[in-house]
Design a protein around this ligand. Structure first.
Ligand code: ZN
Length: 441
């Protein structure tokens, strides 16, 4: 019962409790939250105490910025539950192996982020944080009220106590393992008839195609894309398959960072985290977020630089929220392309979104694409489209990329084309990345 109250309280607070009249008011409130949070955290986390180097909570914006590598290296001293990294990994790996995601470490939920082996992140949450997360997530994602009957279908690579904690009251929660075969998913979904469907876009697109072919017969009230960046191409297919706009939840091991409003605009969750912007290109409104979560205490996240590139929306959202609105989560910094400068003197960065737009502008008939940069001089593009259009489309892609490079004073790369390999979009083992850089700078 106590747990249920925590969920309810955070649900209500998120949904109705915070009405900032202006962005200014929101920022002032955030500042107070961070300071109060740090006064609680610093005595408990040796890692952050050392990082702060004697600076007071008021001067938190001067704390050094950390990233995944620093956080994982200092994991034992960073978390406030006294959990050692080896213990946490052992628990998380055992859960992945057995597909039983319920064990905890002394009550603390342990999760693993996806990522290449050796670069996987760990996630810790206390029972209280789990309930707070559930309440906040339900407030932001649920189409109706907390009391209306809902059946949530959640597709993930790994389940977690975190997710099953929303299974209560009128709300049913079913976990779908991304590693299961599609036929099994279709049978289960047709039986379960979810009112809310949340899955990575690669899976949503397969489900949308099954819906168009009549194999999937569900009518969810809301469809949410999670865990992978939502490509405009996939968004189109998914929206058509389910006959409704696609919503998004932006979440990673580092926190619950954003959700779409009723207009479908993605807003940063500035009621949970402060997002400092490290501008990559201010005129293009592109930045890397540095986040400070003022709620998580078991695994505090203070001035943590993510590897994502976000594009701020140019127009204010009609919903009137004072929280930053985004055009898109465009991809990872590591997937920024680099071409030789036409004026000599090194390489110039090109945003993944520019590459994406150049390719999609080549033909309206492109069904699938992937672009991999193997070296500053070589880009491989895989395309799926009607065979009769292939030749013309490849020529167009080459011209569009050359034009993009010319506009940025870069030398155009050699472009090699390949057939689309359906294995690239098989959900589960690997996240779908349509724009990928494969060489180190
Ligand atoms: Zn909005």
């Amino acid at each position: 019962m106590n747990e249920w109250l925590t969920v309810g309280r955070h649900y209500l607070l998120t949904k109705y409790g915070r009405n900032w009249r202006s962005r200014e008011e929101l920022l002032q409130w955030q500042e107070r939250q961070v300071r109060r949070h740090l006064r609680r955290i610093l005595p408990k986390s040796a890692f952050y105490r050392e990082l702060a180097g004697g600076l007071s909570a008021e001067r938190w914006r001067e704390f050094p910025v950390i990233d995944k590598r620093t956080m994982m290296a200092g994991f034992d001293a960073l978390n406030t539950a006294g959990i050692r990294k080896e213990q946490a990994f052992a628990t998380a790996f055992a859960a992945e192996e057995s597909r039983d995601f319920s064990p905890t470490l002394g009550g603390i939920t342990v999760g693993l982020s996806s990522g290449t082996s050796g670069h996987r992140g760990l996630f810790l949450a206390s029972p209280g944080e789990r309930m707070a997360w559930a309440g906040t997530m339900l407030a932001k994602a649920l189409p109706g009220s907390l009391l209306s009957r809902q059946r949530i279908a959640f597709f993930l690579r790994a389940n977690s106590n975190l997710y099953s904690s929303v299974d209560r009251g009128a709300i049913r929660f079913a976990y779908f393992d991304l590693l299961d075969p599609l036929e099994r998913h279709l049978d289960r979904l047709n039986e379960y008839r979810p009112t809310l469907l949340a899955a990575p876009p690669s899976m949503l697109r397969m489900l949308a195609e099954a819906a168009l072919q009549g194999e999937l017969r569900i009518r969810p009230g809301k469809v949410i894309s999670v865990a992978e960046a939502l490509d405009p191409l996939d968004e189109r297919y998914i929206a058509r398959g389910f006959g409704q706009p696609v919503h998004q939840v932006y979440q990673c091991t580092e926190g619950f960072l954003g959700a779409t409003c009723r207009y479908g605009t993605l807003h940063l969750n500035e009621d949970l985290v402060v997002v400092e912007k490290e501008w990559l290109d201010e005129s293009e409104r592109k930045f890397v977020p540095i986040i400070t979560d003022f709620r998580r205490t078991t695994q505090p996240i203070i001035r943590y630089r993510l590897d994502d590139i976000l594009t701020e929306r140019s127009e204010p959202c009609p919903c009137g929220s004072p929280m930053t609105a985004l055009d898109c989560i465009e991809g990872r910094c590591d997937d920024m392309f680099y071409f030789p400068s036409a004026e000599g003197g090194g390489l110039r960065p090109v945003f993944p979104d520019f590459i994406r737009r150049a390719i999609l502008a080549a033909s309206a008939d492109i069904e699938e694409y992937a672009a991999v940069q193997h070296s500053p001089q070589l880009v491989a593009v895989a395309l799926k489209l009607p065979e009769s259009q292939r030749e013309a489309c490849c020529g167009q892609v080459r011209r569009k990329l050359a034009k993009l490079c010319a506009g940025m004073s870069c030398l155009p790369p050699e472009v090699r084309f390949a057939e689309w390999d359906a294995a690239q979009r098989r959900p589960g083992a690997r996240k779908l990345r349509r724009i990928e850089r494969k060489f180190q700078l």
